[in-house]
Each structure stands twice: as C-alpha cells, then as structure tokens.
Design a protein around this ligand. Structure first.
Ligand SMILES: *Cc1c(COP(=O)(O)O)cnc(C)c1O
Length: 368
C-alpha cells in the first residue's frame, strides 16, 4: 500500500462546524462542571440511544471505576478475560478480585453456562463485555444475577447504538458503561458515560464523578474527578449529527468484507449475535487451522504490506502479570478464550476506508 492502513481512523466532523461551539465556550466562559454543552449532550444521547439516564465522564475507564463504586461492589466480580485490559483494571482499582470465566465460542462473550460454577460467597457482581458490539446473552446473565442476588455492570464500550429486539442493549443489567475514546464508533477524543435506569442512581454517580461534592460545603463520598469538560461535550454534540452517516459507511464495509472473504478456506468472519441494530465497530476474523499460514504470520505479512490489523484481544487479560497468579487465570479454566486469542485478527474498518483498499486486503488474505 502507498500509505499505511490502520485498523481504525478516528471520525472527525468538518472543522469549520466546530468553530461556533468554541466561540460559545469562549463567550460563556463555562469550561466544565456540568456546563450547557454537558447538559445538552446528556439529553441528546438519552434520546439518540433510547436510554433513561446518562452521566458523562472524562473517559470510559474512570466511568467503569465509578460504576463499581456507585453500586458499592466489593469482594469478587465475575468477568471475561477476552476484553481490553481496562475492564479488569477497573476492578483492581476498587480492590475487587476479578474471577475470569470462559467465553462462548460463537459470540466470544462471557459464557452464561459457566458463570454459576465461579460464584462464591464473596461474589457480588458480574461484569460482562458486549465484545465488538455483539450483545451478550443478557437474559441468561440476568437470570443468574437474580438467583444469586448479584449486580450486573456491562462494559458496553463497544456497544454504542446497538439494539436488540427490546431496544437499546444499554438498558440491560444495573449499569452500562460507554467509551467515547478516539478509536470508538462515537468519539469525543476522550470520553465515556454511565447509563443508569433511575434518577437516584444518576445523582449518586454525578456526585462520585465530582469528588463526592453535594453543594458547596458537603462531601458525601470519596469521589473522583471524572467530569467531561465542555470541549469534549461540544465535540460529542457535533459528532452525533454525523453518526448515522458514519454507521452507514461502516455497514457497507462490513458487507464487502463478508462477500469477499466468504470463499476463503480457513477464514471465519465472526457473525453478529442477534442484534437488530449493529454498529459495525470492529471486523474480527478468525484465522483457523485450515488457513495456509498462522494468524501471526498473516498479521506480520499484512503489516509488511502496509496494512495494520490488530490482534484484539491478545494476550488475554488473564495472562498479564497482575492477573496471571489468580486461580481463575489458569489456561484449563479458559480454553475457548485461549483459542480465540490465538486466532483473532481485527481488520481495518472506519467510515473513510475505500473499497479499493478492502479489495486489496481481501485479495491479499485469499492469496496466501
Ligand atoms: C476502550 C475500552 C475501554 C476503555 O475506555 P477508555 O475511554 O479508553 O478509557 C474499556 N473497555 C473496553 C472493552 C474498551 O474497548
């Protein structure tokens, strides 16, 4: 390729359309602390996503840490090893012990059939991930949570705008956490949010992201500074105008990859998991034993050719030094996740990706 192709390219609205937002900030001189753009974006996102309450954050990781705090989660939390490391890090930041449970081979999401065996008297919650924006088996997870009186916090960093037959997938569980990082489908450069079902929970989350302050002289909790500032909120308002267009373009790319890779032996395109509205946030393929070369060889060859896919998710979280000593990190406990981490490759997908590049990538993969 003449210029390198990366797995994603951040989506940016026309620069001149951002200027009026900046002028407003300079005029108001309100830079943060729940200013007008912050309020407008919370409102606009509730409408766009079809959720009741949302609290904006400086990033998704602080939102995860705060979500756990807001429900006073302690002890052990059941989670997936097949995710970005921030999922489990949010547990460690709260002094919580992660308990890894294996994933479903079809969806690569937490396997509900394996959750019960991992529950102990210390278990207080389940933290699943809607990996690649493919919904978890939310009903099976909720059933287990109800039986054992556990909370459910979804890491929904990949699931912006995803819907199932009941509407937004963000309405499942006790809380859902979004990331608006530059690499995500909807970005505010850095940013995140917690989706919650009631006003009381939102009040507590809003307090926790503002040092635990209630009014001028009262502090009710050892909160953090997790507030989204006006600059990022303004960006979000502008990005929202272009999100439908961006998703249309992503969908075309998803369709094109599937068509072109359909006949390639040993390459399996991960299918969706029953969502009625998808967000095409990633394009994961599995490089199976029937393919002529290994996943890592294909990865390297593509890179040498100027195409930079990513091995999301490899290594497994449970293999990082701060996790690998945990009993649940043992390979025998996580066989499906171990195979997925060895086979997966996420191909470039972003609105500006040209069809000619997709042709080039798929021809290259087919020619090995
Ligand atoms: C991006 C991501 C996060 C972290 O979000 P940030 O906004 O980058 O802090 C957490 N979990 C998953 C699954 C992610 O992909």
């Amino acid at each position: 390729m003449s210029k390198p192709i990366y797995v994603t390219q951040p989506y940016l609205p026309p620069l001149e359309e951002f200027i009026p937002y900046l002028e407003k900030i300079w005029e108001n001189k309100i830079l943060t602390n729940g200013g007008p753009f912050h309020q407008q974006l919370e409102q606009a996102l509730c409408e766009h996503l079809g959720v009741e309450y949302i609290s904006l954050f400086t990033n998704g990781t602080i939102a995860l840490v705060t979500a756990l705090q807001s429900l006073r989660i302690t002890g052990e939390v059941i989670t997936t090893p097949y995710s970005f490391v921030a999922t489990s890090h949010s547990l460690l930041w709260n002094g919580i012990k992660p308990v890894f449970v294996d994933i479903d081979p079809n969806t690569l999401n937490l396997d509900p059939a394996k959750i019960e065996a991992a529950i102990t008297p210390q278990t207080t919650a389940i933290m699943p991930v809607h990996c690649y924006g493919h919904p978890c088996d939310v009903e099976a997870i909720q059933k287990i949570a109800d039986n054992y009186n556990l909370k459910v916090i979804y890491d929904a960093a990949h699931a912006f705008g995803v819907e199932d037959e009941n509407g937004s997938v963000l309405n499942h569980g006790d809380l859902s956490v979004l990331s608006f990082h530059a690499t995500k489908v909807f970005n505010t450069f850095e940013g995140g949010a917690i989706v919650c079902p009631d006003a009381k929970t939102k009040v507590r989350i809003d307090q926790l992201k503002n040092f635990g302050h209630v009014g001028e002289v009262t502090v009710v909790a050892p909160g953090i500074n997790g507030k989204m500032c006006e600059f990022n909120a303004a960006l979000g308002l502008l990005q929202l105008k272009y999100i439908d267009q961006a998703l249309e373009l992503r969908k075309k790319i998803d369709v094109a990859y599937r068509e072109r890779l359909a006949g390639v032996k040993g390459i399996h395109c991960l299918s969706d998991s029953g969502q009625t509205i998808a967000n095409y946030s990633y394009f994961p393929i599995m490089v199976e034993p029937g393919y002529p070369i290994s996943r890592d060889d294909l990865y390297q060859k593509l890179k040498d050719h100027g195409i930079h896919p990513r091995r999301y998710f490899y290594p497994l979280i449970s293999d990082f030094p701060m996790y690998r000593g945990l009993p649940s990190s043992h390979r025998e406990n996580l066989p499906v996740a171990a195979v997925a981490a060895q086979q997966v490759l996420c191909l470039p997908i972003y609105p500006a990706l040209e069809m000619s590049v997709i042709d080039e990538i798929t021809r290259f993969i087919a020619a090995q």
